[in-house]
Design a protein around this ligand. Structure first.
Ligand SMILES: [Zn+2]
Length: 203
């Protein structure tokens, strides 16, 4: 379906943006957005440890400010982090300079050359302003775990159905996504491992 896996013509509208890694190797790139928060992020870290998987966490700067110990734990366990703005801004609703300012504010808390725009929203001016500084990453598969109207089984089916070689898959370590993500993540990992996939942090 359109939302879970955007067609190539949409992806091509954003030159320079990463949607998928190498399609020839059986590797999945797990990403977790919107944390770090003490209610959910440690649970994700424990699951990933159990499977010996490293992932990439796109952190909201203000959450890092509020929960530095959770952020440090993400790093300590060997995961990669990325910038997801300081206030989780919607790019379509805000001018370029304020947007970039907010990204830079987040960079005072998050040391990374990776950036993912919240809600996938990025205007061309914002893209142009950020591309020299950041590797901008969208996704190949979005789990829609944040959607409370979806049953956890549906979220699991989405990621199982759409993930493929080189997929960048999005989950959320957020309160909104907690129920769906906690159900879907371990089952999806079991499924992918059985299929022979391995997992890496974003390049
Ligand atoms: Zn987000």
């Amino acid at each position: 379906m359109f939302i879970e896996q955007l067609p190539n013509w949409v992806r091509r509208l954003y030159p320079g943006v990463k949607w998928r890694e190498d399609a020839t190797s059986k590797v999945i790139y797990l990403t977790f957005d919107d944390g770090p928060i003490p209610e959910v992020t440690p649970w994700v870290l424990d699951v990933l440890d159990r499977y010996e998987i490293k992932a990439t966490f796109f952190c909201v700067g203000d959450n890092v400010r509020k929960h530095p110990e959770v952020y440090q734990e993400v790093l300590r366990r060997g995961h990669r982090v990325g910038n997801h703005t300081f206030n989780h801004l919607r790019g379509f609703e805000i001018g370029c300079s304020r947007y970039v300012e907010n990204v830079h504010k987040a960079s005072e808390w998050i040391e990374s050359d990776l950036f993912r725009p919240p809600h996938g929203q990025l205007r061309y001016a914002q893209l142009d302003a950020l591309l020299p500084e950041y590797r901008i990453v969208q996704w190949d598969v979005i789990s829609r775990d944040y959607n409370g109207k979806l049953k956890p089984e549906k979220v699991l089916n989405i990621v199982k159905r759409y993930a493929r070689n080189g997929s960048i898959v999005v989950f959320h370590d957020s309160i909104k996504a907690e129920k769906n993500m906690k159900f879907a993540l371990p089952k999806a990992l079991d499924y992918w491992i059985k299929q022979g996939f391995t997992f890496r942090t974003l390049e």
